[in-house]
Design a protein around this ligand. Sequence first.
Ligand code: ATP
Length: 346
Amino acid sequence: MAPDALLTVEGLRTHFFTDEGVVRAVDGVNLSLPAGRTVCVVGESGCGKSITARSILGLIDPPGRIVDGHIWWKEGTDLAALDSHGERMRQVRGGQIAMVFQEPMASLSPAYTIANQLTEAILAHRTMTRDEARRRGIQLLERVGIPRPAQTMNSFAFQLSGGMCQRVMIAMALSCEPSLLIADEPTTALDVTTQARIIDLLVDIQSDTGMSMMFITHDLGVVAEIADEVVVMYLGTVVEQGGVDDIFHDPKHPYTKALLASIPTMGRGARQPLNSIRGQVPHPLDRPGGCPFHPRCDYAVPGLCETVDPPVVELEGARRVRCVRHDPDVMAGQAPGVQEFGEEPR
Ligand SMILES: Nc1ncnc2c1ncn2[C@@H]1O[C@H](COP(=O)(O)OP(=O)(O)OP(=O)(O)O)[C@@H](O)[C@H]1O
């Protein structure tokens, strides 16, 4: 476990045993979350971002289960080894690690008032009277920027806008003063102005409380704004992790390079087409051998990337990349003339 890490995931594999076959949704994830920092997890749809987050919280339902690996939390509890319905996991989930999901409306019950749900969340992890919990709830609603918090306590979710519901969900997540907040695309269902406000709120709370944040998003603009570190996922594995400036200015993995090249830029000429990554993410039931990205990679080394499971290579500046191109031992055995990074793809 890295010395400043709050959470370290090692060789995590979470598979779904379906009638069609084994879906290897998460297939050897390694990542670390440093204390007090914001780590953004990016990658195309279906790469295993949400399943990684849900595995950390013990929220994988059958036919899925963690089949291998470790999730080291704080001083050494392995969350992957805990009973997901057991008391210890319940203490961690909601008590030390909280999660905010994509659909705030769906996460709140339509049958109970905000007061009911918020005070229950507070009482689940804190010893206090119902009145104290209610007062704490009002303070939390105020903290997340809800106008007239005392009145909002008596509302039902359907009486609030999507942005207000997400603020309530954030208040619930904060109620236990978590060391880590996992936010899984928390603004996807909201309009652009509300998205920006919720992101500002999360950044503000993070700098106030010093909690760590794992933020899952497709939006590389948001990543540039809020991340300290970036984890890039592809087909159930982490292909690169590093500081946000390093990742944006000097991406090492061909997939990271391709993702960044697909961001539209203001200066692009009107006639220049937008770049997109060629091909599709294969379904995990149809996972290519060797490096999972090789069929789409402009820099794949013939005869190597189709067969060799790429090693994780540690680079300067606490960067990790999972690509044979960065492993001098493997590359030393290659014939001269293999295409260099930076050359136009052939
Ligand atoms: N209950 C399930 N049964 C079978 N396969 C599943 C199940 N849940 C998820 N998967 C598969 O696991 C893979 C990873 O899914 P996951 O939701 O983690 O992707 P993601 O990167 O978060 O995508 P998105 O950005 O679209 O949310 C996908 O191929 C998905 O189809």
